[in-house]
Design a protein around this ligand. Structure first.
Ligand SMILES: Cc1cc2nc3c(=O)[nH]c(=O)nc-3n(C[C@H](O)[C@H](O)[C@H](O)COP(=O)(O)O)c2cc1C
Length: 359
């Protein structure tokens, strides 16, 4: 009933994509359940080593015969002086103390070259394991990488936060583009638009304008949780939706129990954007860490430096069930999140959409 050119290309029944969510949310159970329910499951592999990625791909292949994809972070160059790092460590020290752990002064940052090496090895795994779909966020990979993946007939999906970025994705030769609206949970995928304000375009504006200026299929992402969001996105010109928060609270997701609970109890005005956790703007449920860091967040080191510096805090907070210091990523529609199975989420979306179609 919802088949279109994109669903045919992706070999899925319904235009519903489970957002890749790096950091342990996209378990094999979640990805396989989505693909088995007629949608497209995605591994959020941004923080994975190539061998961890290979292992998860094989695990999912053993669980489903259906298509699924892998999402990667495109490495970006970054710079931080010893002084910047020392300053950030000083600001973070009280949080380490609150959690009764010590902050190691000698932190190992992955160099840009090392990140590129890991990225290339992740790409190799995707090719060797015959993964049919690969998506990217935080930028566009090099021409060589795009050509190599295309040579192996792998479908490529980029991420954009503005029409201009979507045009850049199209020009790079990708097959489709995720339009990430300002409502979206998790990190912003902007790469050309350097200021936060300019990259924060709502989906209601973004989809139809992209539909008028971009020729590859559009995938809408941000605040979509049910059949209403799916149908609205399709009417505005998208060919599919990519949903993160709606899948994050599903039983099969690997999100921390407290993260799920906080999203399930939050309201739309309690999710905010912050760059305090990682050095990159991201949307999540506001907590003490975000509030305490607000004054300094604009002068913190860039991603992935700040991400590495807060790693100890996030890990200890998770182990100690201290939600005030965890990153609780969520989109702007938490009131619509439910504690349910993937099967029930997808069936509900389809029946709501069916009713809307016939009304
Ligand atoms: C916990 C979490 C982690 C995310 N990680 C990634 C990621 O690794 N790669 C990516 O392209 N997008 C990531 N996103 C963003 C999603 O792709 C998508 O844009 C977003 O979830 C849409 O908004 P919604 O959460 O309101 O559905 C993440 C989102 C969340 C909530």
């Amino acid at each position: 009933m919802f088949a279109n050119k994109l669903t045919q290309k992706l070999k899925i029944q319904y235009p519903i994509i489970q957002a890749p969510m790096a950091g342990g949310v996209t378990t094999s159970k979640l990805v396989a359940a989505v693909s088995d329910s007629g949608g497209l499951g995605f591994i959020g592999a941004g923080y994975m080593t190539p061998s961890q990625l290979r292992e998860q791909i094989r695990e999912i292949k053993a669980m489903t015969k259906n298509h699924f994809g892998v999402n990667l972070f495109v490495p970006q160059s970054f710079h931080a002086s010893e002084g910047d790092i020392g300053f950030a460590q000083q600001i973070l020290d009280p949080f380490y103390q609150k959690l009764k752990i010590s902050q190691s002064k000698q932190v190992d940052f992955p160099s840009h070259d090392k990140q590129i090496e890991t990225f290339i090895n992740q790409i190799k795994v995707i090719i060797e394991e015959n993964v049919p779909i690969c998506s990217f966020t935080f930028g566009i990979p090099s021409k060589e990488v795009v050509a190599e993946l295309k040579r192996h007939s792998i479908l490529l999906i980029g991420t954009a936060t503005t029409v201009s970025e979507a045009q850049e994705v199209e020009e790079s030769g990708m097959d489709a583009v995720v339009l990430q609206g300002s409502e979206a949970g998790g990190h912003r995928g902007n790469f050309s638009e350097s200021s936060l304000e300019k990259s924060m375009v709502g989906l209601m504006s973004l989809i139809p304008q992209a539909a008028d200026h971009v020729n590859i299929p559009l995938i809408a992402a941000g605040g979509i949780m049910d059949g209403r969001g799916l149908m609205a996105s399709l009417f505005l010109g998208a060919s599919a939706v990519q949903m993160g928060t709606a899948f994050l609270t599903c039983m099969e997701s690997g999100a921390h129990a407290i993260h799920k609970e906080k999203v399930l109890r939050s309201k739309e005005n309690e999710v905010v954007v912050t760059r305090s956790f990682s050095g990159k703007w991201a949307r999540g449920v506001e907590n003490q860490f975000i509030k305490d860091m607000r004054g300094e967040e604009k002068i913190l080191p860039e991603f992935p430096i700040q991400n590495t510096l807060t790693q100890g805090i996030r890990k200890a907070a998770g182990q100690q069930n201290q939600f005030e210091y965890m990153s609780l990523w969520s989109g702007q529609s938490p009131r619509l999140a439910k504690d349910q199975t993937v099967d029930s989420l997808i069936k509900t979306i389809l029946s709501q959409a069916e009713k809307l179609k016939n009304s």
